[in-house]
Design a protein around this ligand. Structure first.
Ligand code: DGP
Length: 114
């Protein structure tokens, strides 16, 4: 999608620090990390959020979750633990309307989720 920040990152029009990539997924470091490990996993296909998942390609959605697990291994937090977050809509403070999964780790997370 032409005006989408994350589509521009996927196409290399905006630079990013790549952590992982396959045919369906791109993963890169968050510009404003909230934890020692903070990677964004995004589908290459433009999907607006988890709220649009019912209409989205199932293989693409599965690839996103598999990529979260892959990133956790690459970043050495698979054993110690990590959190996967996907903000959806205004109340969740979604700021980029291209589906993304925050993979957070490298420290003890807060117990409170909200
Ligand atoms: P959310 O608030 O859940 O929509 O998360 C969007 C995230 O995207 C936020 O943590 C900051 C990150 N972000 C925004 N713009 C850029 C960018 O240009 N590059 C990178 N690497 N991350 C970005």
């Amino acid at each position: 999608m032409a005006d989408c920040l994350f589509c521009k990152i996927i196409h290399g029009e905006i630079p990013s620090n790549k952590v992982y990539e396959d045919d369906k997924v791109y993963a890169f470091r968050d510009i404003n990390p909230q934890a020692p490990v903070h990677v964004l996993v995004i589908p290459k296909e433009h999907i607006t959020s988890v709220g649009a998942a019912e209409e989205a390609d199932e293989a693409t959605l599965a690839a996103c979750l598999k990529a979260c697990a892959k990133v956790a291994k690459l970043e050495n937090v698979a054993e110690t633990g990590f959190r996967v977050v996907s903000n959806c809509g205004d109340d969740a403070c979604q700021s980029v309307h291209h589906l993304h999964f925050h993979v957070l780790g490298g420290k003890k997370m807060a117990e409170n989720m909200a």
